[in-house]
Ligand binder design. Sequence first.
Ligand code: ATP
Ligand code: MG
Length: 315
Amino acid sequence: MPPAIEATGLTKTYGDLRVLDALDLHVPRGTVFALLGPNGAGKTTTVRILATLTTPDAGHARVAGHDVVTARSRVRRAISLTGQFAAVDETQTGAENLWTAARLSGLSRPAAARRTTELLDRFGLAEAGGRLTRTYSGGMRRRLDLAAGLVRDPGATQVMFLDEPTTGLDPRSRQELWQAVRELSDAGTTVFLTTQYLEEADRLADRIAVLGRGRTLAEGTPAELKARYAAHRLDVTAPDDVSYTLLTERTGPAATRDPETRTLGIPTDGTAAHVRELLDTLDPGRRDIARFGLHTATLDDVFLTLTAEKEPTRV
Ligand SMILES: Nc1ncnc2c1ncn2[C@@H]1O[C@H](COP(=O)(O)OP(=O)(O)OP(=O)(O)O)[C@@H](O)[C@H]1O
Ligand SMILES: [Mg+2]
């Protein structure tokens, strides 16, 4: 069995902006894969190429064993996609939207009706199902859109693409979506998702790739990435605003900042030597740091460490 997704050398340029620069991806079947990256890193572009909505300038990709350029319709039959922005028909009710999606995906009338009820229920839209979606809140639209993406029999969807599935969802809806992703994955569907929420990637994904400057900056399990890129974080707190400003100038872009508490977090390997060196570099005069603490790294630290360089690649 070929992997769910295999991409080599994917390149995409818009004008003079190189969005993807020889991107490689490998996603084994049945896994949950999260693509992380700052705004504009090329996550949606990657999803659109893999889902056959746009073509790469160079490179190749196979999804469910089919080439995304030369075997588009085969790829399309094997995938399901929920885009970054909700695509619901405002002139229809929630139930009608799902029914239409179910029929389009090939379900029989009774099966479409069953699936519609089931999904309205699962996404907390049972009561609103009969209302025109024009009257839905942003979160309700998002949930309906996600439900539409799950309408197909899980057995028929080999790879599910979810582009920022939980942006704009309240915490409970987010939990429900996570549950739905886990169920899909347990049923054997490969899930490829993008997210800005690192906690989400941490909880859901078997493997994570961090996208930056058009390439994968790092790839691995959440635990591997944490261990490799930011084992620990040194938090330093300034005694006053003047010192806080000075510390901010002396730390690199990889530091986390919290002006409210005048605290900066700096990635470190946690060794005494490095912590000492950091304290000396940040506060040579020994007056700008009032307190410090050492913490185990979170995925946020990894992300900030890896994506510290902000400049996009110009061709
Ligand atoms: N059709 C297009 N024409 C011109 N530029 C584009 C087009 N699509 C994307 N871009 C540019 O490519 C870059 C990457 O966009 P993309 O939507 O892939 O980023 P993203 O990682 O999904 O960002 P976000 O987190 O904001 O959703 C951006 O600078 C964007 O402006
Ligand atoms: Mg995007």
